[in-house]
Design a protein around this ligand. Sequence first.
Ligand code: BGC
Length: 747
Amino acid sequence: MTLENLTLEQKASLLSGKDFWSTKSIDEAGIPAIELTDGPHGIRRQSGDVDHLGINDADPSTCFPPAVAVGSSWDRDVAGQLGAAIGREALVFGVSVVLGPGVNIKRSPLCGRNFEYYSEDPLLSGVLGAAHVMGMQEVGPGASVKHFAANNQEHERMRISADVDERALREIYLPAFERVVTEAAPATVMCSYNKINGVPASHNAWLLTDVLRTEWGFEGAVVSDWGAVSERVAGVAAGMDLEMPGSGGATDQQIVDAVRAGTLDESVVDAAVRRVLALTQLPHTPTGELDVDAHHALARILAAESIVLLKNESETLPLTVASRISVIGSFAVNPRFQGGGSSHINPTRTDAALDTIRDLALERGITVEYADGFSLDSDSDDDALREQAVEIAARSDVAIVFAGLSDREESEGFDRDSLLLPQAQQALIQDVAATAARTVVVLSNGGVVSLEGWHDDVDAIVEGWLLGQAGGSAIADVLFGVVNPSGHLAETIPMRLQDNPSWNNFPGEQGHVRYGEGVMVGYRHYETAEVPVRYPFGHGLSYTSFQTSDLKVETTGPDTATVRVSVTNTGSVFGKHVVQLYVATAAGPVRRPARELRAFTKVALAPGETRQIDFILDRRAFAYWDIELSQWVVSSGDYSIQIGETVSDIVAERAISLSGDVIHRRLTLESTVSEWFSHPVVGSALMQGLSAGMSAEQIKHSEENPSELKMVESMPMQQFLAFVGGAIPAETLDHLMALSAAEPVTA
Ligand code: BGC
């Protein structure tokens, strides 16, 4: 497709949508319109009234497990299969670009949209996001990884400035996007609504051009979040290609005017147009038919892989010995399986857990009774409902309480202000637990809920998150042991909301949210500050047991290593184990988290089977972002390679030393005394120079009084020199400063 035949007006017209969901066509130039549609866990195609908050109905499609569930699967295959299945449905609808996945980091458990994101950890988020995109794009349609960047809350999401230091951006908030872009080459990246350090993402040249394109090599198109554009011309110049939805032509005219006025180079417009035109090469003619049954069955399998068994005292689960069970709680009948907002799917069907529980119980000769326990619509009849529930719990071997959050409590568009389950549900769990022989709690929630107040009273807890339309059956599969649970927490369950590192700075005030915790997000904080949590990142039980052995680590260069470890299924049933590899270090001039997830994999093992796992750790596994040098740095020093059952339960570790990067920082008069003396090139020369000007007595005095040196260590050289009265001539200093950076800075 050649741009020469297009007028400036035509080119500008291609840079914004025709309507809510499609781009403009130019028939005479053979340019078709394409459709973009939500979303991250299913196709929300609206053939009737349109909106970006899931208010109007969409055409029926499969609602697969939302990212909160996929995150807990810790399984690339789950993410990849899900992406591919959504891709197949997109083909059926003729949708070219599907708006997902979301890889924003769960900075606070309160974020109303956490159900659409994978994890509090960037590696886990990035690996799963990349698998999703690759799965989908292999099928044909393009993906849109979102929301770029630092969109970690819903409160004032359209205007808040996320004030984040660059190290936290580079180490926590950008790497998931970086991985998706560099490994999976998504067709589009969606810029977020918020500002980053005061500059809106939609015209943030640093973000959209310097980082995304120049550093990461992104070649696709940037699309705005729906309505995110505030300054269109600045946006085009910054690399924001496609404004969605349309602006009725107003912003197209601004682009034309800017080019004519000479304030926007036409070649910049051309580059954006080329990237938008590339999207028209994606499939856009409806093809094939929706295989409703096959995709529902797949949704059930993927959901079961994502369920996390948090607690299981005395092998309460699986339900093999019970002869009478009571199922309590409206969520067993009216499942909550997806979140509110733009990702809201009109499912092809939904499975209620109670129906599948009854089927599986019947096969096993188990009787089932059901009671609502609480009302999802009003609080008025909760006492009566609770009494009925306690009555059936009293005559059962096991009571299963389905608790959770309703759409009213969490959604896109607003954040929660508490982690608590509704009071009526807490009271119900406590009363049932006090009566029933055994109590199991099954949770349905998009964001973390507190387990305090009832955790110790119950025998088992199944974290079901939001599992998509087949989630009810998947829960029943896990309860009866048809599927052995293998999900692990992708986010910490804290004891108290106040323990969360963002707590003092969430959701911000006066238009700013300050990411004051820096890189200490989620488990990085809990582990480093040794804050007790209810369940740590990475936690998840199984109906079998696993053993880790034979950890071997070899360095393969100054900043790389290979790791080999064996895992054995030591129990009696088939199961899947997540091998979690963490790196811990105190090396370097910056504060490092106690440990960080640097690799993981999920392995399926028959009883008695052992598997050897190999990991390759590249330099990023050891690096931190150095704000002085504006680059990744691997410090010379000691590193511990740790295999954890969870982030706080390390079962094997090996120490290695890395020579790391040779970095000679440029010294200035602002550099501290300690930086001058410890400089590998200049330090000894300086010491000699100083000693030469000192009397033997002065030298003896300074050797005998090391604390005096300590007192001046953090003093800038300029001030120090003023005190010691010009002990070093200005020319010598200039020479030493030039020498300080003379050696190559390699990283
Ligand atoms: C959301 C996006 C979504 C878009 C279109 C926005 O409100 O933030 O995630 O893709 O609407 O529905």
